[in-house]
Design a protein around this ligand. Structure first.
Ligand SMILES: NC(=O)c1ccc[n+]([C@@H]2O[C@H](COP(=O)([O-])OP(=O)(O)OC[C@H]3O[C@@H](n4cnc5c(N)ncnc54)[C@H](OP(=O)(O)O)[C@@H]3O)[C@@H](O)[C@H]2O)c1
Length: 171
């Protein structure tokens, strides 16, 4: 049976739920970047204007890039710009097609708005508590069920150990 595309979040957060500092990530984790690429490639990616700018204003390759801004004149070359979250999600689902998956890739403002609408969260829990200015909201254990997890060690390309997890919305 064909169903509507899923809406998913992908995020990496510290033990203190920090996800960003000064417009950038507070760590370098090559293995998590590879995980992000594996999960998102071929899917529409939805992001806030500040996260778009943190990508140095270049779209993520192999993915349709959708950017949210209240500025109706905002230009994002090779990406689609929306000023309404619901319109952006609808377009993402249409692009993903039936049985597809739309990925919300940040940042903090977009995660906060999209979390209640999402079906799944790909959550990387980083084993560090860095200083930061942007946070991911706490996942309510009554709403989100952990269905998968895989640990990764720290090494010369990964500042900290981390665990990739998948949470599905219950009910
Ligand atoms: N650790 C991770 O997994 C991860 C992932 C992504 C990003 N990050 C980090 O997160 C930080 C950026 O996050 P952020 O929270 O500051 O910004 P953001 O969510 O990327 O973007 C916020 C912007 O999106 C637009 N926007 C948000 N809600 C809107 C709405 N309802 N309607 C219209 N436009 C809306 C506004 O743009 P305008 O101001 O143009 O109106 C707003 O300023 C950076 O440090 C980045 O490195 C971390």
């Amino acid at each position: 049976m064909k169903t509507q595309a899923k809406l998913s979040i992908i995020v990496a957060a510290g033990l203190n739920n920090v996800i960003g500092k000064d417009g950038d990530m507070p760590w370098r984790l090559a293995a998590d970047m590879a995980h992000f690429k594996r999960i998102t490639t071929g899917k529409p990616v939805l992001m806030g204007r500040k996260t778009w700018q943190s990508l140095f204003v270049q779209p993520l390759p192999g993915r349709k890039n959708l950017v949210l801004s209240r500025d109706v004149n905002f230009q994002a070359p090779a990406a689609m710009v929306f000023s309404d979250l619901d319109a952006m999600i609808s377009k993402g689902k249409a692009l993903a097609g039936a049985n597809g998956e739309v990925m919300v890739i940040g940042g903090g403002v977009l995660y906060e708005a999209a979390l209640p609408l999402c079906d799944r969260v790909y959550f990387t829990r980083v084993n560090a508590s860095p200083d930061g200015d942007t946070y991911f909201p706490a996942l309510d254990v009554k709403t989100w069920q952990l269905v998968q997890q895989q640990p990764y060690p720290a090494d010369d390309k990964n500042d900290h150990a981390f665990v990739t997890q998948v949470f599905e919305k219950m009910g």
